[in-house]
Ligand binder design. Structure first.
Ligand SMILES: NC(=O)c1ccc[n+]([C@@H]2O[C@H](COP(=O)([O-])OP(=O)(O)OC[C@H]3O[C@@H](n4cnc5c(N)ncnc54)[C@H](OP(=O)(O)O)[C@@H]3O)[C@@H](O)[C@H]2O)c1
Length: 221
């Protein structure tokens, strides 16, 4: 598969999934622009890919989230696709999760990706593609993760409807639902701790299978 001359924005490029997707997509020949929160990791990831355009953002700045795709189009001289891999976990019985944690989860996992996509739709041409990482949890929500599952399920529903609307403009929205992966994601939870250190799938292979190859196939039309 060849993505030469394609221009792709990675939102959450400082994370494990976003970082792997950026490297793999660049490996297929695409030009990438990187957006992330941690400035040092963002700089390092850009440098590792030969010096890519990069931009910092925080999920709480929804206007800033919406401006990422227009920025990338300017920085890359066009834009064909956007990948969104931003998120944070929380654990605990519903009664024990604070409203503050729930608000944080919905902001990072739901409102931020929605704002990124809202900003991306007018910035993409016909044939453009957006991939948003939700997760297998949408189909199989476990006990002790109601709030996290709810943020992802809300996002998945929004993507489903928005995807039907975007189809009219020739834009494809994909909802990527990888299983639990060994990225250390659960260790960075904003509340509670994971029930048992269950082993996850190999991130490299899962990112290729759930994110990168579907993106490239959709770009090929
Ligand atoms: N790992 C899994 O098992 C798994 C499975 C299915 C789906 N997912 C989903 O995949 C996505 C990425 O997960 P991952 O495993 O790559 O986790 P990760 O390495 O922890 O990456 C999380 C990403 O979200 C960003 N982020 C967190 N809070 C933010 C905020 N307030 N503002 C802006 N960015 C923020 C992080 O930015 P910084 O690093 O710059 O702080 C990082 O880029 C998440 O949506 C997750 O729900 C993960």
């Amino acid at each position: 598969m060849n993505a030469a001359e394609k221009k792709v924005l990675l939102v959450g490029a400082t994370g494990e999934i976003g970082g792997l997707a950026a490297r793999q997509i660049a490996g297929y020949g695409a030009a990438t622009a990187l957006a992330g929160r941690d400035p040092e990791r963002l700089r390092a990831r850009g440098a590792a890919l030969g010096g890519r355009p990069r931009r910092g953002f925080d999920a709480y700045d929804l206007d800033g989230c919406a401006r990422l795709a227009p920025w990338a189009r300017e920085a890359l001289g066009g834009l064909d696709a956007v990948v969104v891999a931003v998120g944070v976990a929380a654990f605990g019985a519903s009664a024990d999760v604070s409203d503050a944690a729930a608000e944080h989860l919905f902001t990072v996992n739901t409102l931020c990706p929605m704002a990124v996509v809202r900003g991306a739709l007018p910035a993409l041409p016909r044939g453009g593609v957006v991939v948003v990482v939700t997760g297998e949890i949408v189909d199989r929500p476990p006990l002790g993760m109601a709030d996290y599952a709810a943020t992802k399920t809300a996002l998945a529903t929004w993507l489903r409807v928005t995807g039907r609307e975007a189809r009219r403009d020739g834009i494809t929205l994909l909802d990527a639902r990888p299983p639990h992966l060994n990225t250390g994601f659960t260790t960075r939870a904003v509340a509670g701790s994971p029930p048992a250190p269950g082993s996850g799938a190999d991130p490299e292979e899962a990112v290729r299978h759930h994110v990168v190859l579907p993106l490239l196939r959709a770009l090929e039309g």
